[in-house]
Each structure stands twice: as C-alpha cells, then as structure tokens.
Design a protein around this ligand. Sequence first.
Ligand code: TYM
Length: 323
Amino acid sequence: MKTVFSGIQPTGKVHLGNLLGAINNWVHLSNEENKNYFCVVDLHSLTTHPDPSLMQENINETIKVLISSGINQKNSNIYIQSNVPEHVQLSWILSNFCQIGELQRMTQFKEKVDQLGSHAGILTYPVLMAADILIHKANEVPVGDDQTQHLELTRNIVERFNNSYGEIFPLPERTTGKVGARLMSLRHPDNKMSKSKDDLNGTIYFDDSKDEIIKKFKSSVTDSENEIKFDNETKKGISNLIDVYSTLHELTHADVENKFKNSSYSEFKIEVGESVVSYLEPIKERYDSLSEGDVATLIKDNLDDVKNSAKKTMDEVSAVVGV
Ligand code: TYM
C-alpha cells in the first residue's frame, strides 16, 4: 500500500490550477488502496505574511474545498500542518542534510525573494516541505509542475539522511496527471495561473459564477491564427485551453485538436468554459452545504491518526540521530 502526501497553502481562494494540477489527482489516489495525507500548510503560508484575522477563515475555506472536491475520506486524512508540531521538528533535523546553495538555487526562492523580500523562511521553505512529505514516510506526492524542484530536493535529502542512518525514509515520487500539471493564466499565458490578486481575470476561482467563468474564457488571450492546435512555444494561450479541456474530459491533446478541427476560437473558448462550469458546479454545491461545524468535526476525527503517524516517525528519527 502506498502512502500519499500533498499540501496546499491557505492563501486566497482555491483556483482551477490547484484543482486540475493537484487536487484532481488527490481524488484519484484517494479512490485507490492508499493511505493519504492531505495537509493545509498554514505554516508555509506565513512566508507571505498573511493577515492573521483572515487565517482561520482561509484554512476553513480550503478544507471545505478539499472535502467538496470528492476526496474519498475513508482512507484519507485531511489536516492542518500547525496541529502537528512534528513537521517543524523534523524540518530542523533535515535542514542539516541540505546545502544553503541548493536552497538559493530553487526557482521559487528566486521568484519569491523579489516579491516578498529575502527572509529566512523563504529560503528554508523547501526543507519544511521535505519534512511534510517524510513525516508520514510518503512514497507518492501528487503536485503540479511548479513543485518538481522541491520534490527533487526532498529526494536528495532522503539519500543523504539514509546514507548516514540506514533506510529510514522511502524515496518519494511525484505523481502527476498526464495533462493539466501547469495551467497558465487566461490573460497572461506566459505565467502560471495563481492566487495573485493582480490577475483576477486570468484566474478561475472555484466559486466563480457561470457568467464569470464564461466571460473569462471568452476574453482569454490566444493568438491571431484560427487553428486549434497544441503548441506550447508559439500558441501558449490556445494550448492552455486545450490542456484544460483534455484534463476535464480525459482526452489527449490530439483528441481535442481533432474534435475541434472545424471550430473557431470563439466556439472552442465557450466549450472549454462550459466544461469548467460543469466541473465546478457539484464542487460548489457540496461546498455550500458544508458548515464550520463539519470542518471542525473532520479535523478532530482525523487528528489522532495523523499525530500517531507523525510521532512514530519522529521517535524513529530521534533515536537514529541520538536525541
Ligand atoms: P500551492 O498552495 O501553491 O498549490 C497547491 C497545489 O496546486 C498546484 N498548482 C498548480 N498546478 C497546475 N497549474 C497551476 N497553475 C497551479 N498552481 C498551483 C501546486 O503545484 C500544488 O500541488 N509548496 C506547496 C505546498 C506544500 C506541499 C508540501 C506540496 C507544502 N508542503 C508537501 C506537496 C508536498 C505550494 O505552495 O502549493
């Protein structure tokens, strides 16, 4: 049986990139015979200095989206990172198996220093991520494309740690869907879709109305040709729309090209928009039916199991390092 771990920051609203790039795979993995841990990583989000008065609301909202996305909860633990202090304990130990230069070379470190200033939290962010993954000894990590480098670093840390202390951790692998691993902004197809407030029209949020979704797709940036063809170099906008459609309908890019070979860009944009509306509708319905009490109960019910698993790993790690 595989152990799966993945995380999401409670910063702002969950968007289509999070859903198609990561959470969709969480749903698939939760329907297999795995042990799954899906974590709202509030400690990571502190690197962006979020407004404390909005933190609990954002955590609850994120958990509600995870529940609504259809994650099979029978074999899945959804929980909040700061409820399990072992994440931070393990992170400290692992930081001794990671070079400063490696952390400085992370693409996300370089990007974030420009946006957020160079505090140590941004530098050591990937070590805490490694601890998240390893605290339950996960072998599979379903994440979007932007997390690949962090996962590579985790693998390096595992190899060094295991070289010193024996086979303590498995070497985790990234799980990715065939498509949809990097959704781009609908307005700026050179940039990935993100929670950034500067790109509201380029981002589809989970709770956008039908009209908003269709409007955003209709005005999405494409190119001056009229051929629905996947080419990530010269036709980034249309390739992104093909990617969204392929993911939602479980088709290859070639299937989508073929299906829409006689359609115009504007017809295709509406088809993609409508597919997104149909995908998000049941998620929104379930979301609206959940109360704060439902979230609190779920967190309480999962916590013992999560804490036991984390403690077991920390006990083993503490023993081998001799503390
Ligand atoms: P976060 O909160 O930025 O995003 C959560 C998940 O959504 C994926 N994602 C995307 N996928 C496709 N296209 C996009 N435009 C897009 N935007 C976001 C991300 O790849 C991610 O899988 N560092 C992580 C959180 C984290 C974590 C972990 C993940 C902390 N510890 C341990 C896995 C394992 C992050 O900031 O994700």
